[in-house]
Design a binder for this molecule. Structure first.
Ligand SMILES: [Zn+2]
Length: 370
């Protein structure tokens, strides 16, 4: 029979503490339950059987020993206690997985899950740890038993992320992948955010590569939904993000980020990485123009000195609105946010065939220059 996984989303509405922030308040129990529900569906599609340790609709926090006893009574093979972490220092972030102090058997599944979470979240690896936690104590002698802490909700940036659906997806996907890896089960398509295999019909010269979107402004708001009023927290100059898709919100362009957050697409504030490390004489005018936009050559006289005899040509690009937008569109294509295939990309960009040919030429030029 397939393995039975008992999911244990920590806490409940009546648990003291285990919440932070305001407008909205982050409740750990609610986050844990969202992740547990998503994970249960994903595990089922991977062929596992699942139960919960407690009633997910109850406001009452079932005791730790009773949660464990429910898993023992059901004869579960694996107990997964789902949590996010707290720390007195709001700067602390990172991911950790616990097994019981005396458990040996649970070490390998804990390592598989911790590895999957680190790959998914890319936060500090705080490792697999041992503790005499109640739910682990109540289960470790009867089944494999782990407790996961994705990140710290006491950190404002982590907390804003945890309030987005992107976090629930990421956490449930990471747990799914770790559990599948431990049992040697292949991950179902619903649990994969891995890129689809590239289509063989796509010409090699149109490889879109990858581009990160970088913040140019000193401080810039990100949003937890596609709504200019949904300001969540500020990011700083130089921070970089992976863009998922482009949206028009109240007539202005917004990017949805892979993290589930949203950011302006206004090129005054953000730009795709176009700065290429090479000797100055080998840089194209376009590369220098990108550097100018990234603020590397200053303004006015300083820019003239920095660019020397390239100033006129580079400034012409900077001053050309049309060239700007072709370059931005090309970088969006390279970032993958306009999909695959020329016709799809052209429609997604909403431009004429003639304009698309310019974008395509720019994409190829960028691919060759890297
Ligand atoms: Zn907790």
């Amino acid at each position: 029979m397939s393995k039975l996984i008992c999911l244990d989303p920590g806490h409940a509405k009546n648990t003291p503490g285990k919440r932070a922030g305001s407008n909205p308040v982050f409740y750990e129990y609610a986050s844990n339950r969202r992740v547990a529900r998503l994970l249960a569906a994903k595990l089922k599609s991977a062929g596992f059987r699942t139960i919960y340790s407690c009633n997910l609709d109850s406001a009452v926090d079932l005791s730790l020993s009773q949660r464990g006893q429910n898993a023992v009574n059901a004869n579960a093979d694996l107990f997964v206690s789902i949590h996010t972490n707290a720390h007195a220092d709001p700067n602390v972030r990172g991911t950790e997985t616990f097994i019981h102090t005396n458990s040996q058997a649970s070490l390998s599944v804990a390592q598989a899950v911790q590895t999957a979470m680190i790959a998914e979240f890319k936060q500090q690896n705080r490792g697999v740890k041992r503790a005499n936690f109640g739910v682990l104590r109540a289960t470790y002698q009867n089944m494999l038993s782990i407790l996961t802490e994705a990140d710290f909700f006491t950190n404002p940036q982590a907390r804003a992320w945890m309030l987005t659906p992107g976090f629930d997806e990421a956490y449930s996907n990471a747990l799914l992948r770790g559990i599948c890896a431990h049992y040697g089960v292949s991950v179902p398509p619903t649990g994969g955010s891995a890129p689809a295999p590239s289509k063989p019909t796509e010409p090699k010269s149109d490889d879109i590569g990858s581009e990160l979107l970088r913040v140019k402004a000193e401080k810039l708001w990100v949003y937890n939904k596609p709504d200019w009023n949904a300001r969540t927290f500020q990011v700083s100059k130089g921070e970089a993000f992976t863009v998922k898709r482009v949206l028009i919100v109240n007539g202005s362009k917004m990017y949805e980020l892979k993290s589930g957050l949203y950011i302006t697409a206004n090129t005054q504030f953000v730009e795709f990485d176009g700065v290429i490390a090479s000797t100055p004489t080998k840089k194209t005018d376009q590369q220098l123009a990108n550097e100018v936009r990234a603020g590397l050559h200053g303004n006015g006289e300083a820019r003239k000195v920095s660019l020397g005899n390239r100033y006129e040509a580079v400034q012409a690009i900077i001053n050309s609105k049309a060239e700007n937008s072709i370059d931005v569109m090309a970088r969006e294509v390279r970032a993958g946010i306009h999909g695959d295939g020329h016709e799809n990309r052209r429609k997604s960009l909403g431009i004429s065939q003639a304009q698309y040919e310019k974008v395509r030429a720019r994409v190829n030029q960028l691919s060759k220059s890297k």
